[in-house]
Ligand binder design. Structure first.
Ligand code: PEP
Length: 253
């Protein structure tokens, strides 16, 4: 059975002390209230907090995630953080290809393919983000565009490696806007993506990949979204900064 995932992306929010409070609330609530053994909660906290916050997590129900990485293992790359470094402080999941990084830091599909390889080489799990702009959707090219992102960054992988990857479909027009894709829009795209994976790797492999939806997920809409057959959870931005709401999302499967 595909893993169900509620992943929180804190982005560049919270001071160290604020983050400590938020994380301890999330860990305690998840420990007490998330009873489905197939649900994995992930908290992707700002890089400077990873080492310390990892030590606060005392349950396998919650995993530590990073928001980015650099594909080289070490060397003269001032300011960057490598996958072995993240692994050494207890990170298990790494978000890559978030639309904000694609937009503000010009990250290309080819660069993301390198990151995927670096993450898998260390035995960690990439959360690979993809998604279209509103203009692309209005032009009717959204399916081709998002499938293309997956082809360009993931289709060089073996089936075994692809199965270790999590995909997050995040329509850019729904991120941080309060506008959520309808259940039908989310399911439609997730099915297209799963069919795309199946066209290359076969249905059995495609059926093992968790595909998350991201874009203004909250405590009120999570249950309906997660009930869609091809939606295996959420990548959550704003609502992951509120412990009660994020835990409610994690209980929505
Ligand atoms: C995100 O940052 O990945 C995201 C989906 O943000 P939000 O939930 O705030 O739309």
């Amino acid at each position: 059975m595909r893993k169900k995932i509620a992943a929180g992306n804190w982005k560049m929010n919270k001071t160290f002390e604020e983050g400590q409070i938020l994380l301890s609330e999330v860990v305690n609530m998840v420990k007490d209230e998330v009873t489905n053994p197939n649900v994995q909660v992930i908290v992707c906290v700002p890089a400077p907090y990873l080492s310390s916050f990892g030590k606060m997590i005392d349950t396998p129900k919650v995993a530590l995630g990073a928001q980015n990485c650099y594909p080289k293992a070490s060397g003269a790359y001032t300011g960057e953080v490598s996958v072995p470094m993240l692994k050494s402080v207890g990170v298990s999941y790494i978000i890559i290809g978030h639309s904000e990084r694609r937009q503000y830091f010009n990250e290309s599909d080819a660069f993301l393919a390198e990151k995927v390889d670096a993450i898998l080489a260390e035995g960690l799990t990439p959360i690979f983000c993809c998604g279209e702009t509103l203009e692309q959707r209005n032009e009717g090219i959204h399916f081709d565009f998002v499938c293309g992102q997956i082809t360009n960054s993931l289709f060089h992988l073996s089936a075994e490696d692809l199965k270790k990857t999590v995909i997050a479909y995040e329509p850019i027009w729904a991120i941080g806007t309060g506008v959520t894709a309808s259940n039908d829009q989310a399911q439609e795209m997730h099915k297209v993506l799963r069919d795309h994976l199946a066209s290359k790797y076969g249905q059995e492999v495609a059926d093992e990949i968790s595909i998350l939806y991201g874009g203004s997920v909250n405590g009120a809409n999570a249950q309906e979204l997660f009930a869609c057959p091809d939606v295996d959870g959420g990548l959550v931005g704003g609502a992951s900064l509120k412990s009660r709401e994020f835990t409610n999302i994690a209980k929505s499967f």
